[in-house]
Design a binder for this molecule. Structure first.
Ligand code: GTP
Length: 230
């Protein structure tokens, strides 16, 4: 139901107060969620870790195998997701992982609401570079940005060099959420974006006396059932 704010008393459009006397605390917070607000979410990580593939899987539920063609510069895809009946608009930016584009992508960090930071579980260098990526994020992004660490290409069991526990440990050290994904099979792809959308929405609608939404706990609970387009 649409509502307008008059002082601290919220009046519903039918003219009746939508809170009872003595219920003032509830009527003050939170502001109605703005479904038109755009949440800028950026995919970052070394070249070849699967940023473009992850976005294509989330957006179109498909995986393009074959020759790898590196992203040049930066581009975005808009996606609206449903979080408990509320529309959350994500503007997902796919950045080029190659070093030569780094100065361009830094400029986009500043107004990012969320960052999905990827490494490739079959590529040790991409994992070792996560600390450098986090240092960059710390330098250029806003303090309250939502960060999620993703170990991608989890479908390639034979060539794996980074164990899930290594990813979990690193994420714990930096206090960020973590999961392994596969842009190929869709494993945890939808869950990663939905967890970010939920976290962004909760941040805006949380009442001061409510506990903070813990994206890491949410991810742990949801992991078992998640797979893209299921
Ligand atoms: P840049 O654009 O250079 O930053 O690379 P990127 O991170 O966007 O990587 P991209 O999505 O282009 O994927 C690189 C290669 O890895 C492609 O050949 C993909 O097909 C492959 N790939 C990506 N994700 C997965 C995955 O989850 N599993 C497997 N098996 N291959 C993947």
């Amino acid at each position: 139901m649409a509502a307008s704010d008059i002082g601290s008393l919220r009046i519903a459009q039918n003219g009746r107060p939508n809170s009872l006397p003595g219920d003032e605390l509830q009527s003050i917070h939170p502001e109605p969620y703005d479904e038109e607000a755009i949440h800028k979410t950026i995919l970052v990580g070394d070249s070849g870790v699967g940023k473009t593939s992850l976005l294509v899987q989330f957006d179109q539920c498909k995986f393009q195998a074959g020759a790898f063609s590196a992203t040049v510069g930066i581009g975005f895809t808009n996606k609206v997701v449903d979080v408990e009946g509320t529309k959350v608009k994500l503007q997902i930016w796919d950045t080029a992982g190659q070093e030569r584009f780094r100065s361009i992508t830094h400029a986009y960090y500043r107004d990012a609401h969320a960052l999905l930071l990827l490494y490739d579980v079959t590529n040790k260098a991409s994992f070792d570079n996560i600390r450098a990526w986090l240092a960059e994020i710390n330098e250029y992004a806003q303090e309250d940005v939502v960060i999620m660490l993703l170990g991608n290409k989890a479908d390639i069991a034979g060539e794996r060099v980074i164990r899930r526990e290594d990813g979990e440990r690193l994420a714990r050290e930096y206090g960020v959420a973590f999961m392994e994904t596969s842009a190929k099979t869709g494993m945890n792809v939808e869950l990663a974006f939905m967890a970010v959308a939920r976290d962004l929405k909760m941040k805006k609608t949380r009442r001061p006396n409510e506990p903070k939404f813990n994206v890491a706990d949410y991810v742990e609970q949801e992991k078992k059932n998640a797979s893209c387009c299921s």
